[in-house]
Ligand binder design. Structure first.
Ligand SMILES: Cc1ncc(COP(=O)(O)O)c(C=O)c1O
Length: 451
């Protein structure tokens, strides 16, 4: 098969995964029906993994990268910690691919708290929280995160992705409606699908479109849940949360904000959207956060009113019910990271300054940083997948880590390289990175628009 044919095939597969952008669109629930065939006619693509179209798509991509002699930069084990720099294959890379924003994941205080917790409790709690899996570190974290956010209560859970998915999955039912920003994270989409609720996406940050959907549909449903992110993980922009609160109050809906990339990062004290906009946590119905970003560990939490937390704790499968509790090490690390965030707002401030400097340098060099502002996520728009992949490989060869975000993760014309800024990045590292990008782009091959 020629490179062209393979890439055409790849394009066909990806296009099948069509996305409606820029306008409100409804997500269907029904699966396509398959005509009945005799057993002898069932194709191998239905039961042998190597014939699954997904695997063929993967194999084509690997084949393309091999042909281009691109270095292997996925699943490369690192040594030591991963923050502003990372050690891979004996070399030091400047790292823009870690969301350990504040470098707390490798801070001595956080590591020691985790070590002490392991010494005290062991490496696991032995069961789910509601039976004998509870340790005081869980409730200490919940009390302190509620204090920091200004909410009544919180629940700590074992996974970042799963907490988002299962919270949404539990709170909505067939008779409900979910309205979500088109750029919402996959973990939220997975939760939406679980619910069986009617669902519409609205164009990114388009509050008029959201209000219009509510105007048309509000009366036809029981619960209406609005889903947005505190910082969008691809674009690095921040929605107008006060405006969203106004809308949700007007239409008697509930608002859930995913703080995975905002907590620990934005606001004068780095305490997320409430800190950034000067609002109380109690004005937002559901604040969800991941512990794998600025907290530097693993897990998730939901903060909000006491009744919400009570039902999530007692009834929501996958939040606490039917699952193990967060490990002592994870809970202790999350708690110590939270304490450090609150004691040291200068960490988030330094990260914000690094991001601002990166944007300033990139824009001065003629690069497009799109909508990123005041957050730790900065895209450099390439708008061409081949060019983005090529540039990320050039950066890798120059010992700089930044990965391309391509279709179907983002629309084809919004392909970009994504940079996570870190508290420990130096001005020299940022200057060097922008120089490598600009000098590489000067000699970039012309894209053939292969994918
Ligand atoms: C916006 C957003 N929400 C949720 C998650 C899931 O969090 P975790 O990686 O901790 O599982 C991510 C992960 O990247 C994310 O970017």
């Amino acid at each position: 098969m020629s490179i062209r044919t393979s890439i055409d095939k790849l394009r066909e597969n990806l296009l099948a995964n069509k996305k409606t952008e820029g306008k409100a669109s409804e997500s269907p629930d029904s699966a396509p029906s398959v005509p009945a065939v005799p057993l002898s006619d069932i194709p191998s693509s239905s039961y042998q993994f190597e014939h699954f179209p997904e695997y063929k798509e993967y194999a084509t991509m690997i084949w393309y990268c091999d042909k281009q002699k691109f270095p292997q930069n996925l699943f490369q084990p690192h040594l030591g910690s991963s923050d502003a720099t990372v050690q891979i294959n004996g070399s030091t890379y400047i790292n823009f691919s870690t969301y350990n924003y504040l470098a707390l994941g490798s801070h001595e205080r956080v590591k020691n708290a985790a070590i002490e917790a392991v010494k005290t409790y062991g490496v696991g709690t032995g069961s789910g929280r509601s039976i004998t899996g509870e340790i005081s570190l869980h409730s200490d974290f919940e009390r302190e995160i509620s204090e920091a956010l200004g909410t009544e209560d919180a629940v700590l859970s074992v996974g970042g992705y799963s907490t988002n998915t299962f919270t949404i999955g539990y709170l909505c039912r067939n008779q409900d409606l979910i309205l979500y920003d088109e750029l919402i994270h996959n973990s939220a989409l997975a939760g939406c699908k679980m619910t069986g609720a009617r669902r519409f996406s609205f164009p990114h940050n388009d509050y008029d479109a959201l209000a219009k959907l509510l105007e048309i549909h509000r009366g036809k449903f029981e619960r209406v849940l609005i889903l947005v992110e505190g910082v969008y993980s691809m674009d690095g922009d921040i929605p107008d949360v006060p405006k969203l609160i106004e809308i949700k109050n007007k239409y008697k809906a509930t608002l859930m904000v995913d703080e995975a990339h905002s907590m620990g990062v934005i606001g004068p004290n780095g305490l997320g959207v409430c800190d950034y906009f000067g609002i109380k946590g109690s004005e937002i119905d559901i604040l969800y956060g991941s512990l794998s970003k600025s907290f530097g560990t693993c897990g998730g939490y939901v903060a909000g009113p006491k009744p919400l937390i009570a039902i999530l704790k007692h009834y929501a499968p996958g939040v606490l019910l039917y699952g193990a509790s967060p490990t002592p090490a994870n809970a202790a690390a999350a708690l110590e990271s939270l304490r450090m965030m609150r004691e040291h707002p200068e960490l988030a401030q330094r990260l914000q300054q690094n991001a601002a400097y990166f944007i300033e340098r990139a824009q001065a060099a003629g690069l497009d940083t799109y909508h990123s502002k005041d957050s730790g996520v900065v895209p450099i728009m390439m708008r061409d997948s081949e060019l983005a992949l090529w540039l990320s490989m050039k950066l890798w060869e120059s010992r700089i880590c930044s990965y391309p975000m391509m279709h179907p993760i983002v629309p084809r014309d919004k392909t970009r390289l994504r940079f996570f800024l870190n508290v420990n990045h130096t001005r020299e590292q940022i200057d060097h990175t922008i120089d490598v990008i600009t000098s590489s782009l000067r000699v970039a091959p012309k894209s053939k628009g292969l994918f």
